[in-house]
Design a protein around this ligand. Structure first.
Ligand SMILES: [Fe+2]
Length: 218
């Protein structure tokens, strides 16, 4: 049985293809600078994503694309004004439209790096819904890349259970209830069912690997 690396950077370097590890880490730090909770959140997503991908038998040699997509899927938020990104109240339709452009921005950044073409496509589609009501393309079901469906679910879960300055995170059970409730509409039900036991059994490891703790976030 392969031993899990302690640090995400170790894992990145072990699957290095052509983009230097330092570039990936620098982009993640950019996310931190833009919004600390986004950067740490993305680091946890990379941990969740690898665990779910392995359970779904995604080949080991593809896990680099999975990890980068999970880590940097929101890099396009760099282009969303802080007044929108950090707004506490509901967004206007114009603000919503601007915010919803971030997956395309993520794609346009990541696709520039040779070797990240697939990760860029996964980032592009991370806000698609399984019933076709998501964005930017309105893809439906299996037309949505599997890795994008994974990122969508772990992104929602991690955001729900995390504390924010303006609200406390939801309990694990309530976050799971919401994932199940939105299966068949927003989320792929099979990926949700794959993720639930991982969330139950591996949360402490995931939070520790990202330099956070479940005590602070759950
Ligand atoms: Fe996003």
């Amino acid at each position: 049985m392969e031993k899990w690396p302690d640090k995400i950077t170790t894992f990145i370097s072990s699957f290095l293809i052509s983009v230097p590890e330092i570039v990936i880490c620098a982009f993640n730090q950019l996310l931190d600078l833009k919004d600390v909770s986004t950067g740490v959140h993305s680091t946890r997503l990379a941990e969740w994503a690898i665990r779910v991908a392995r359970k779904l038998n995604i080949p080991e040699d593809h896990l680099y694309q999975v990890e980068v997509a999970a880590l940097l899927h929101d890099i396009g938020k760099i282009g969303v004004p802080d007044a929108i990104l950090k707004k506490n109240g509901p967004l206007t339709s114009e603000e919503r439209a601007l915010s919803n452009r971030h997956p395309e921005s993520s794609w346009s950044i990541l696709r520039l790096f040779p070797g990240l073409e697939q990760a860029s496509l996964y980032a592009l589609h991370h806000h698609e819904n399984i019933n076709g009501t998501g964005y930017p393309a309105g893809l439906k079901g299996q037309d949505i890349p599997l890795v994008s469906r994974i990122v969508s679910i772990i992104d929602a879960y991690d955001a729900m259970v995390s504390n924010r300055c303006y609200r406390k995170g939801l309990p694990h059970a309530e976050a799971v209830r919401r994932l199940v409730h939105s299966s068949h509409t927003q989320f792929d039900p099979e990926v949700v069912q794959t993720f639930i036991p991982i969330a139950e059994q591996e949360a402490a490891d995931v939070f520790a690997a990202a330099g956070t703790s479940t005590a602070a976030a759950l």
